[in-house]
Structures are given as C-alpha cells and as structure tokens.
Design a protein. Structure first.
Lengths: 465, 469
C-alpha cells in the first residue's frame, strides 16, 4: 500500500518551505536514509532523507514550489510488491495543510477509515462498476481523511470562535493551495468576507494585495509593507524585477520588526588595536600548520568574555520576562549572495581561538552555500557585525532579535592619539558601536560592557585569565 | 438648487429598480418614461412572452393528454384570447410598477428625455406628449433607456411591422403564420420559434453561427437542437440571410449555407439578430459620453466619465437581460450613495435563460471557454432520464452539466436543458456568488423528489460519485 511522503519540519518553528529540488524521480527505488529532495527554508537549503523504503510512485509537488506547508503530502511511495503505476494521487494533493493527518508510518487504515466515505477517482475509470469494485482496495492504500480534502473538517479548523476568519469556501481552498495565510488578508466581500479575488491578489507567505489596512492586525507577516510598484514612478523597462526569495523575505521581516519594535540606542568607543594585532601575529606564528586566527575571531572571543564579565548585558526581552543567558552564544553576521545570515559560535566563552577560527571558517563557507541548518543560525545571545574590511569607520546595526545587543566593528586604522605623557603618537585604532535594546539594557550597563570589551581588546592577555 | 438627487431615464427593470433602491437610500428620485412604466421587459419582452409560452405549454400538455392517461378529444386555441391574456398580464404588472413608484415616493415624469450640459449633472429636458418641454436638474442622472431590435437594412433585414416582424409584432399576432422564418437563434428567436411551432406554424430558424443558442455550452446547444427538431422545428446553422424579398403576403429569403445558395419562402419573418442600444437623441455626443457600437461605455459602477451621468442595462451592452439591468441599477445607485457593500458589476455571474420548450439555462463559463481560459476542468453531466421527478412529470429529456476547476473546485459554469431549468439555475448562481466549491455542493441536501436533485448528481458526477446512473 502506498506511503505518503510528507513535507518535513526542519526546525520547530518551520511552517512552510520551498521544495527546491527533487533528487529522485518516479520509478526510483529508495531506501531509508536516501536523500530524496532539497528543501529551502527561510534561510537554508536542507536535504530531506527518506524514512521508508520503496519505489517513488508519484511526485505531487513540483520542484520550485514555494510555500509548501509542513506535513502536506509531497510524493507517494509504493511499497515492495506494489505497482507504482497503480498508486494514485490523493484528490487534493496540493500543498495542503490543516488537517490532523496521520504521519506516513502510522498510516495503517483503521476500520473506521476504511469505511469512511470517500471520493473515488472517476476520471480514470470508464465504468461505474469498475469504480465500485476498486473502492475497498483504494481506500486502504490512502490516507482517507486526506482524500476528503475539502470536507467540512477544514472549515471547522479555521474557525475557533472569536478569531473566526470570514472567508468563502473557495477562498479557503485557494489560500490553502497557495500557502497564503487568510488572517493576513482583508476581505472585500460582504461584511469583510474574504473572497476569491482577495486571495488571488496575494502572494504566498505575504500579506494580501490590500493588506495596507489589515496589516496592524496581521503581524508579524504584515510587517513587511512593500511599496506598490507603480509604473508611473518607475517605468517598467527601467529595472529588472527579482522576486523575493525566502531569505530576502525573512531578512525584511525580521529587520523591519526589530527596527520598529525595539528601542535602539547606540554607544561608541575608540579602541586601540596594536596589542591585539601583535598578539595575533604571535599566536599565528606559534600556531600549527593550517591554523590562522583572524582579528574577528579575537573580537568574538573578547565579546564573549565581556558578556561573562557583565552578565546583565547577555539578555533578551521576551514575553515572559527578561532572559539572562548563562552562556555567550555569539552570532556573526555573514553577508552572502542574496541576503544576510548570522551563524552562531555557541559557548564562545569556553572556546579557544583556534576552535573559534575553525568553526567560523566552516560556518561562513556553508552559509555562502546556504547549507546551514536552522539550529546553526538561531539561538545566539549577542551579535557582531564587522565592516572593517570595507574601510567603514563606524556604523550602527539593527538588533538581531531576540538578542539584546549588537556590536558594529569599524576599520582598524592608524590614527594620532594622545598618550599618558600628553604626546601625540600613532596608534592603530578602531571605532565600535554597540546598539542596545533599551528595554533590557540601560546606558550604564552598555557602557560597562564596552569598557570590559575594550579592556580585553587592548590587553588581549587578560583574555587568558 | 437641484430638483432631485437622482433622475432615472427609462422605467424598465433597470431603471425602476434603481429608482426604488435610491429611494430606500434616502434620495429624492424622479423617473422619466416615454411610453409605459416597466419598459420593454414588462410590456413587450420577458413577461408577455412568458404568458404566451405558458399558453403554448398548456396546449402542448393538452395535446399529449393521453400520455398522462387523460382524454381530451379536441384541442384548439383562440389566438386572440391567448394574446389578450399576455397583454393583461403585462398591464397588471405595469400598474404594479406604478404602485411601487408611489409607495417609494418616486415622481414619475412622462415624456421623452434629452440631456443638456449642466452642473453637478446634466440637465434633463423632458418633452411631454403635448410637445411641452420642462427642464429638471438633479445631482445625478442615470440613463436606463434600454435597447431595441437590430436591423440590417442593406440586406432587407428591416422590420416593416407587416411581413417582417420584431419581437413586438410577434407578440401580438392577428393570425398564426403558416410558414415562419426566424432569423437568429438566440433566446428571443428560439422562444418565438418554440411558441409558433407549438401553435402549428412550420418554423425554420436561420443562424449565422454553426450552432443554435450560440452563447450556450456546445453540448447544450446540440441537445436542445435535437429536441426542437423532434418537435418539427427546422434549422439552418452556419447560414447567412443575403436578402429578404417581400411579395404579396409572402417573403422570400435568400440564404447561403456552406457557400450554397437557397431560397426559403415564408409568410412571416421574425428578426432576432441582436439588439442595439437606445443612444440616440439623448445629447450624449454633446456631453462627451463615449458610445461604442450603439452602447454607452461605462465602468463597473455605471459611470460614464461625464460628471453626474451614469448608464446601466441594455444601453451599456450585453448580456441584454433584465436581471443584469436591475443589478447594475442597484450597484450604480449604491455607488452614488457610497453604500457599504457596493461592488462593481461582475459579468461572469449573470445567468441566462431561454423559456422555450425545452428550457435552457446557464451561468458562468462553458466547458470550451473554461478550457480556453486555461483551466483544467472536471465536468459532470446528469441526464433527466435518471431523475424520478422528471420521469413522473413526463419530461425525461434534458441534461444538467457542471464545469469545475480541477485544482480549486471552483464551479466555473453550469448549463442545463430541459423542463423548468430556468427555475433551477439560481441554485448554481448562489453557489458561484457564495464561492462554494464542489465540497459544499456535495454536502448539500437536495429535496427528493425534485428536478433539483439532478443539480446534485451533476456535481457528484464531476467527481466520479454519481449515484443514479
């Protein structure tokens, strides 16, 4: 009997993803553990491994399909001895969601299911008799609740009392097929009922075409309020239009959310780098072959040490209260083609420079290939963004929620400084800016953290203590 | 100072309904009519033809009484009594409209209207039957002047009221023509063909397109044609009438079918080759309203682009149907009033009905149109022969066809031919308006025994779940 292959959840928060690529085709025999597809989530491309073995009977979601809901059936697997050609697609095989659908492994039909009313596939059968004869067999092979697809169950799912969304059955069906969140749409039908054309005007994962008015209620997706592309402002042939991919949407959503919700304040300070540069030189000369520490690796370490020294700064503003983190997980902003990602060096306070350098190299490489796993780019408690290599003197970053602070690192450059003897001497100096979430961090705490950070950078040997 | 908030010109089903809705919304309304309240629909269209067709239907049943176990030895009809009944029905309804105008405090201004430039809307000049003219100023003016039968004088396709009729003469015949030629197989042509055929005329219908009832689904056209032919109607499709030559009490038509020319002789001819809008003598050019192919160009709320001037109904183009006019009238008035639920006119959900024997009714896209529009379709068909009520009625011929989008389950169109289908189609229209999918339609309980069960079965058939065939 056929097994449903469903869209996996690659992270606990994942609701939908793009089916980027199929690595198998109908007729291929697969065994458990084989990589069968690549799925693109908001920030990464992940491989999907087969759970069961058998022959791919049908691929139901084409590659390149966006907004495929977690747990919707993406392909059908024929088991050993089953004729793959005889396996039929569920009637409602789109990127479906919502139903309490059994997972592939517990898809054994109960008696109740086998008896349940169902749609049959009249299209492929010429005679009514044939249809009847095949019913029981087919009913076993498939997820019956799934087949009924458009049964009243889905209506019941949507409405739960006060939050009931008023939408026509067709609008609900279309939204489901296209992965559009009905709550993000404004209905144009009678008494605000969402109708077909409201859904047709919307993009998967985005607020509806008329979301302007509905947006405040539709957070967080509604936070992205792109400008309407108007031919009167930009003539159509004067630009190249690139659709938003998952990463661009996520970056847009998260940064808009942070910039609008978090009361940012910046603190900046100049830091002398000469000792750190000298220490780096010494370390790299002493290091075994293949180990090379960068300035940034040392700044990651210094940040982690400073967070340990000033633990009230290692904090997140959450709905349940302020979370003071016990460990320093440092997110490092990596610019990649088409966006930005922040892989995390976990427990950086416990790691040596060689380990940090090694991990960072690996993370950055895989980030550029979009191969990071979600758990590798979430869970940080503090961020560093470094634009020194571009010669930027100083800048301020937008906080990477739910973290409480982000450090923006400018270029190290020779500057005249006044020493203890009131002499003007040359020194290598960088300017850093600390953006703080004022809901969790006060000016004094931020200043204390910067002082600690400065101390570690200007006296790198203290990091060894 | 404006005399009215709204003046409606024309009191057909578009105009008078719009006037009532405006009054409900608190507007002071005047309505101008040059002939009879209720317009063509009530007086010379929908209603009186339904009265005639009812007489034909009763006659048909009487003639076939023995099929029902009844004995009626001699069936005959009194044409003048049939016509009188039809006229009486029209009169009753027209006076009903008069009562509705009174009830809604709408001023009825009898006379012929024309427009002059004015502010905030064009000035309405009304010339009464004594030739006296009076000007009225309103904040808004709605044109609902309707349409009339199309003529092609170059080919002799021009009514003369004697030998060559329009619907108007066809509705009040002095005698039943022995041989009748109907040009055009749209709803009007087919209804008259069906009526006169029942009364004993030898009827030939000529249609330029390759099938009758060309706006209907192809399968429905074919099924309807079969039934008509069984009753003795003759059809020439893909045929052009090149000329009509009038003789003494006789007309000779030259018709080309597939490149071959033939002549058809008839006692009377009914022209049913479409409709032209009543756009003349209103002063539209002067005001700058746009007219294309005899129809006033408007947006989804009936706005003409001329400040304060609106147009609705047949005047604005096909489908030329009373219910389309009424609906547009209401939308237009609600748009003017800024009423909450005003939505622009959506032509895709206007049902079409033909009250011939058998009846034909449809809404939405035909199967061919749906495919052309790029839909992957699921099509359901259910024959009348599978329905108990149809068999009990002695009307077991016909079919209900539904077209769904295979992906979304949207009911794209529904098409029916057979007894009482004009009364059934609204069920599908509601389904479309409410955006129900196949799931809700399948879950709906249809009463037994009714013809409406076929609507259920057709949906089930589209999804391979048909029960009774």
């Amino acid at each position: 009997m056929a097994i449903n292959i469903t869209m996996p959840a690659l992270s606990p928060t994942m609701e939908e993803g793009t089916l980027a690529k199929w690595l198998v085709k109908p007729g291929d025999t697969i065994s458990s553990g084989d990589v069968i597809a690549e799925i693109e989530t908001d920030k990464a491309t992940m491989e999907v491994e087969a759970v069961d073995e058998g022959t791919i009977a049908k691929i139901l979601i084409d590659e390149g399909t966006e907004g495929v809901k977690v747990n919707s059936v993406i392909a059908l697997l024929a088991e050993e001895g089953e004729d793959p050609d005889a396996v039929e697609a569920p009637e409602d095989a789109g990127p479906a969601v919502g139903e309490d659908k059994p997972k592939a492994e517990d898809n054994k039909p109960s008696e109740k299911e086998a008896e349940a009313p169902r749609e049959d596939k009249g299209t492929s059968k010429a005679t009514p008799e044939g249809t009847t004869a095949q019913k029981p067999k087919e009913a076993q092979g498939k997820d019956v609740s799934k087949e009924l697809g458009s049964s009243p169950m889905e209506l019941a799912d949507v409405g739960d009392g006060k939050d009931r969304i008023k939408a026509s059955p067709l609008a609900r069906r279309l939204a489901k097929l296209r992965g559009i969140d009905l709550s993000s749409l404004k209905g144009s039908g009678p008494k605000g009922r969402i109708v077909k054309k409201d859904v047709e005007g919307a993009q998967p994962g985005q607020a509806g075409a008329q979301a302007g008015a509905a947006a405040p209620a539709a957070a967080p997706d509604g936070l992205i309020l792109p400008q309407v592309l108007d031919d009167r402002v930009y003539a159509p042939d004067t630009y190249e239009l690139k659709p938003l991919d998952g990463m661009r949407k996520t970056v847009a959503k998260r940064l808009t959310q942070s910039f609008m919700q978090v009361p940012h304040f910046p603190l900046n300070v100049d830091i002398k780098l000469d000792k750190l540069l000298a220490a780096r030189k010494g370390i790299n000369e002493a290091a075994p072959e293949g180990v090379k520490i960068s300035v940034n690796d040392m700044l990651i370490k210094a940040s982690a040490q400073a967070l340990m020294a000033e633990p009230e700064c290692n904090a997140s503003f959450t709905d349940k209260g302020i979370a003071y983190h016990k460990s320093a997980h440092i997110s490092v902003a990596v610019a990649i083609d088409g966006g930005l990602i922040t892989p995390v060096i976990f427990d950086a306070q416990t790691k040596g420079l060689a380990t940090i350098a090694d991990e960072m190299k690996d993370l950055a490489t895989r980030a550029r290939e979009r191969k990071l796993k979600p758990q590798e780019y979430s869970g940080g408690t503090f961020s560093i963004s470094n634009l020194g290599m571009f010669g930027i003197k100083s800048f301020g970053s937008i906080i990477n929620q739910p973290e409480g602070m982000i450090l923006s690192v400018g270029a190290g450059e020779k500057r005249p400084v006044v020493n203890e003897k009131d002499e003007i001497v040359p020194a290598t100096v960088m300017t850093v800016t600390l953006s703080c979430d004022h809901r969790v961090i006060g000016g004094a705490e931020g200043a204390r953290w910067l002082a600690a950070f400065k101390r570690y950078v200007e006296s790198p040997e203290s990091m060894l203590l | 100072m404006a005399d009215y908030d709204l003046i409606v010109i024309g009191s057909g089903p578009g105009g008078y309904v719009a006037a009532i809705r405006a009054s409900q919304l608190g507007m002071k309304v005047g309505i101008v009519e040059r002939e009879s309240l209720g317009g063509i629909c009530l007086n010379w269209g929908c209603i009186p033809t339904k009265a005639l067709l009812r007489s034909a239907e009763v006659l048909h049943l009487a003639k076939n009484a023995k099929d029902f176990g009844l004995k009626i030895d001699k069936t005959d009809f009194d044409l003048q009594a049939v016509v009188k009944r039809s006229r009486d029905v029209a009169k009753q309804l027209s006076s009903g409209v008069s009562g509705l105008m009174k009830k809604n405090k709408i001023d009825v201004i009898m006379g012929e209207a024309s427009l002059k430039k004015g502010k905030p809307a064009p000035v309405v000049s009304v010339k009464d039957k004594d030739g006296k003219t009076k000007d009225y100023q309103a904040k808004h003016v709605m044109l609902a002047t309707g349409a009339r039968a199309r003529a092609i004088p170059q080919a002799g396709l021009e009514p003369d009221g004697e030998l060559i009729w329009t619907y108007r003469e066809a509705m009040v015949p002095k005698s039943v023509p022995k041989k009748l030629l109907v040009i055009g197989s749209g709803a009007i042509g087919i209804e008259f063909a069906s009526f006169y055929n029942e009364l004993g005329s030898d009827v030939t219908v000529v249609e330029a397109v390759d099938r009758i009832l060309p706006v209907e689904d192809e399968e429905i056209s074919t099924a309807a044609r079969k039934q008509f032919e069984k009753q003795g109607l003759k059809f020439h499709t893909g045929a052009q009438v090149k000329s009509l030559k009038k003789g003494k009490d006789k007309v000779t038509a030259e018709v080309t079918v597939g490149g071959k020319s033939e002549t058809i002789e008839a006692d009377r001819v009914i022209l049913a080759i479409g409709i032209v809008g009543n756009v003349e003598n209103l002063g539209l050019e002067e005001l700058g309203a746009k007219v294309e192919k005899t129809h006033v160009v408007v947006d989804g709320f009936g706005r003409t682009g001329v400040p304060g001037l609106y147009a609705i109904g047949d005047l604005t183009g096909p489908p030329w149907l009373a219910h389309k006019a009424s609906h547009e009238g209401v939308i237009c008035v609600e748009g003017i009033a800024g009423a909450n639920e005003a939505h622009p006119f959506d032509a895709s959900n206007v049902p079409g009905c033909t009250y011939s024997h058998p009846q034909v009714a449809s809404v939405g896209l035909t199967e061919a149109q749906a495919k052309e529009a790029g839909h992957k379709v699921k099509v359901g068909k259910f024959p009348f022969i599978g329905n108990g009520k149809a068999i009990a009625l002695g009307a077991a011929e016909g079919m209900v066809k539904t077209v769904f989008d295979a992906e979304t389950g949207e009911l794209l169109g529904a098409h029916m031919v057979g007894a009482e289908v004009t009364e059934l189609i609204q069920g599908y229209v509601i389904a479309r308006q409410g955006e129900l999918t196949e799931a809700e339609l399948m879950d709906t309980i249809f009463p037994h025994p009714t013809l409406s069960e076929m609507m259920h079965e057709s949906v089930l058939a589209a999804y391979g779940r048909v029960l009774h065939i």
